[in-house]
Ligand binder design. Structure first.
Ligand SMILES: [Zn+2]
Length: 253
């Protein structure tokens, strides 16, 4: 009897966890495109000291492909703006990237999501050392949301953003980026959440959103993690778990 009651509670807990995101539509946008060809257009890449290229567009896609099944397992309907190392719009490198941003927006809004997550990583370059590892960065996470405090999505996006930076900080054991005035056009709120007029923040006045800058991918120690396939996969799994926990927390409140 005892055993069957235990099994019943295990199944009940599993069922409750499985349903926690049911009925929620989430769009994940893996930022940039990846591949050396596109990374040279966007300048979103770093070179290791051995001249190995690490592109932001590949990191964001790898993260999205780990995050998406975690959210689906909890019942969410999940859409990705891209699932390959290709632009979302039908563009060529010489066309520039603005068409691709618009295509990401158009696709995302067409899904009428409760949540829009754009995934990114950041860099800080040392003078004359553009695109190379920087050993003076304190590793930290931050989130950008709309700058418009009157937007319907502002408060929810701020709450979600704070939860994301706190979860990332705790799971990856890194800091929260809270340098006021670092970006000329940004307002710092609490817990590393900045209001900023980016295409994929300002155009979601009614939809809860977060543009997540997971960590600095040219921080010298992080570069060592990212060139090691096992450590790279572990870092991205921790990040995906942190974001999943925040999303669950957000919808549970
Ligand atoms: Zn980015």
């Amino acid at each position: 009897m005892k055993i069957s009651i235990s099994i019943f509670f295990i199944l009940l807990c599993f069922q409750l966890r499985a349903e926690v995101l049911s009925g929620k539509t989430i769009v994940i946008d893996p930022g940039h495109i990846g591949t050396s060809e596109w990374a040279l257009v966007s300048k979103k890449y770093i070179l290791t000291d051995e001249d190995q290229m690490i592109t932001e567009g590949e990191l964001t896609l790898e993260l999205a492909l780990v995050l998406s099944p975690l959210l689906k397992e909890l019942g969410a309907e999940v859409f990705l703006t891209r699932s390959k190392l290709l632009p979302v719009a039908d563009i060529k490198p010489e066309d520039g990237l603005s068409g691709d941003l618009k295509a990401r927006y158009d696709y995302s809004i067409s899904k009428k999501p409760q949540l829009f997550l754009s995934l990114h990583f950041d860099t800080i370059y040392k003078k004359d050392r553009a695109h190379y590892p920087n050993d003076s960065i304190t590793q930290s996470a931050k989130v950008f949301i709309t700058k418009d405090e009157n937007a319907l999505s502002f408060e929810n996006s701020k709450e979600l953003g704070q939860s994301i930076t706190n979860e990332i900080s705790s799971k990856l054991e890194i800091g929260i980026d809270e340098r006021p005035g670092w970006w000329w056009d940004s307002d710092l709120h609490e817990d590393g959440v900045y209001g900023r007029e980016l295409y994929l923040t300002k155009n979601f006045p009614d939809t809860t959103h977060a543009l997540v800058e997971g960590f600095y991918y040219n921080q010298a120690q992080e570069v060592k993690n990212l060139v090691d396939p096992i450590k790279r996969s572990l870092r991205l799994k921790l990040l995906a778990t942190a974001i999943t926990n925040s999303v669950v927390q957000f919808f549970s409140d």
